[in-house]
Every structure is written in structure tokens, then in C-alpha cells.
Write a protein that binds this ligand. Structure first.
Ligand SMILES: [Zn+2]
Length: 217
């Protein structure tokens, strides 16, 4: 049975935060087959584009970078929380009663479909919600939006989580994943000394259940 990709494919037309051209990947052809005998490309990829992980250096002065971790490949139990019917502002009421003992990650599902265009009114996790989650020994908090918070001065959601060494995964595609506890695997590119990097994340197949027809990109 296939593991199901919950990270987004990377291409030039993908949704990027605030539709900012500086956050858009560019694939440049550097050598052409007809001219050079081989086709070669250069990928210009902003590190907060698509499915990616934020390390503490992103939001905390002197915070740890990717070089300070040896966690990938990672395999972990995550609780997928369906807030598709909840208010866009995901706060204490949405996270307070989550069954978190034994869970290593929380993935917040706000959408039923893959994000194809940036939504300026995207659902986000408040600082209070993050502070609650940060009480638990989680490794990751993830969301299927390109950002985990918006319009909060000083970025308390990032600071509460990263301050407790809980890494943030943004840009997941949870559209084919039901709410509940599930096993995941994550693989990084292995970039050193950076505040963020693209992540490949896969959900384990559920035993005894028919697989969705789209199990891969
Ligand atoms: Zn980020």
C-alpha cells in the first residue's frame, strides 16, 4: 500500500504566500539539449514556499537553525484536527480539548481541497492556541495553509511553538486525510544553517481501508 503524499508538488504556478513574486519558485533552463547536448535546470526556491518547516531561527533571535537538528527522516504519530467548520481564527476553544497525550504532532486541517491560490483570509492559529499546544511535548505543529498565523504583531504563534522547540510545518496538503490519529513520515532536503527548508511529508496507509485514488501527486 502506498504512503500518501501530504506535501505539495513544487512548480512555478503553485500558490505562494500573499502572491508575492519573491516567494514564487522559478525553474530556469541553464543548458539546452539542442545547444549543449544535455538539458539542465536551476531551481530558485524560496525556503518558505510550498510545504516547508520553520526552525527557531525564523522567529527567535539567536534561534536554532537546521544545522542544530538531526531529526530527518522522521516518523511520528500526528493528530489531524479537522477545523474546516470552525472559525477562521483557531484559538483556545478549538485546541483545548484535543486528546494530545502520546501524540507527537498536531496537523490542522482547514481545507478539503488542495490550496491552489493564496487566500488572504486564510484560517490561522492564534497565539493563545499555540501557547496551549506548546504545553505538550510535541515535535511538530502543522497546517494546510501557507502561514500558521497572520496579522499578529511579534508573531506569537511562531514564538510560542518555536520557543518550546516545536517545529512548524506550513503548506501541508491534508485534503485526502481524515481527522484522527495517524502515522506520518517526513524527509528534509538536508540544507544546513537555514531557518526553513522544503519538506516531503507522507501519511501512512490506513490498514483495511480502500485507498483514495489519488495517493501521489
Ligand atoms: Zn515559514
Amino acid at each position: 500500500m502506498n504512503w500518501i503524499a501530504v506535501s505539495q508538488p513544487i512548480h512555478e504556478d503553485m500558490a505562494v504566500y500573499r502572491n508575492d513574486p519573491q516567494k514564487r519558485p522559478v525553474i530556469e533552463t541553464s543548458r539546452e539539449l539542442a545547444v549543449h547536448g544535455m538539458h539542465e535546470s536551476i531551481l530558485h526556491l524560496p525556503l518558505h514556499t510550498g510545504t516547508h518547516i520553520d526552525y527557531p531561527l525564523h522567529a527567535l533571535p539567536g534561534g536554532k537553525s537546521s544545522s542544530d537538528y538531526r531529526m530527518f527522516p522522521a516518523e511520528f504519530d500526528a493528530l489531524v484536527v479537522d477545523v474546516t467548520r470552525a472559525p477562521v481564527c483557531i484559538g483556545l476553544d478549538e485546541v483545548r480539548d484535543l486528546p494530545l497525550p502520546g501524540v507527537e504532532a498536531v496537523f490542522i486541517k482547514t481545507r478539503r481541497t488542495l490550496l491552489r491560490r493564496f487566500d488572504p483570509d486564510f484560517p490561522w492559529l492564534t497565539g493563545e492556541g499555540a501557547a496551549w499546544l506548546a504545553q505538550f511535548p510535541l515535535r511538530f505543529v502543522g497546517i494546510d495553509q501557507l502561514g500558521i498565523e497572520r496579522n499578529q504583531p511579534d508573531h506569537p504563534t511562531h514564538r510560542h511553538l518555536l520557543g518550546r522547540d516545536i517545529l512548524i510545518i506550513e503548506g501541508l496538503d491534508l485534503s485526502s486525510i481524515d481527522a484522527g490519529r495517524r502515522r506520518f513520515r517526513a524527509f528534509s532536503l538536508g540544507l544546513r544553517g537555514v531557518e526553513a527548508e522544503p519538506l516531503l511529508v507522507f501519511a501512512a496507509p490506513v490498514q483495511g481501508r480502500a485507498q483514495p485514488s489519488l495517493t501521489f501527486w
